[in-house]
Design a protein. Structure first.
Length: 161
């Protein structure tokens, strides 16, 4: 009888743990959908969801005036160009007509993991948008969507290799 009671308690504990995990995932999804709806109500378009850490995701947003992510922003009229980087190596770049981007830094030595990021060159400096190093394809897709949104808004039809 005691063995059956202990087995029942273990089962209840396991089910409770799975239930809490499922509700945590559901809460995170509902919170993210609510935040997305609030941003869309403000007239902003969600370009990508960028993971900042394992627990936090920020939206990369676009509206008529600029781009916004994680408390930072870049106004479209101030953007001179951008580069899409993989482990520090340039995968794609563009610049406004009449602007030249500074020479790229040397790519980093491969550490066994892809790290995608965007460098946005503004009139007053540069901003780096880390798109993470998630499993193959996910970070690349996020980085590509962010880069293409910036390129399309700032210099349509312009690309450099």
């Amino acid at each position: 009888m005691i063995v059956q009671v202990l087995a029942l308690l273990a089962l209840v504990l396991a089910l409770w743990t799975v239930f809490r995990f499922a509700m945590g995932l559901r809460w995170a999804k509902v919170s993210r959908e609510g935040a997305r709806a609030a941003e869309q109500a403000r007239g902003r378009r969600v370009v990508a969801e960028i993971p900042v850490s394992e627990d936090e995701v920020v939206f990369f947003l676009e509206d008529d005036a600029g781009f916004y992510w994680g408390g930072r922003q870049a106004r479209k009229r101030h953007i001179r160009g951008a580069r899409l980087l993989l482990n520090g190596g340039v995968m794609a770049s563009f610049a406004r007509d009449g602007d030249a981007l500074p020479p790229p830094a040397a790519p980093e030595e491969y550490q066994g993991r892809e790290r995608w990021e965007i460098v946005v060159y503004r009139e007053d400096g540069e901003e780096r948008i880390a798109c993470g190093g998630l499993r193959e394809g996910v970070s690349r897709d996020m980085a590509t969507r962010v880069f293409e949104a910036i390129r399309a808004a700032v210099a349509p039809g312009k690309e450099q290799a």
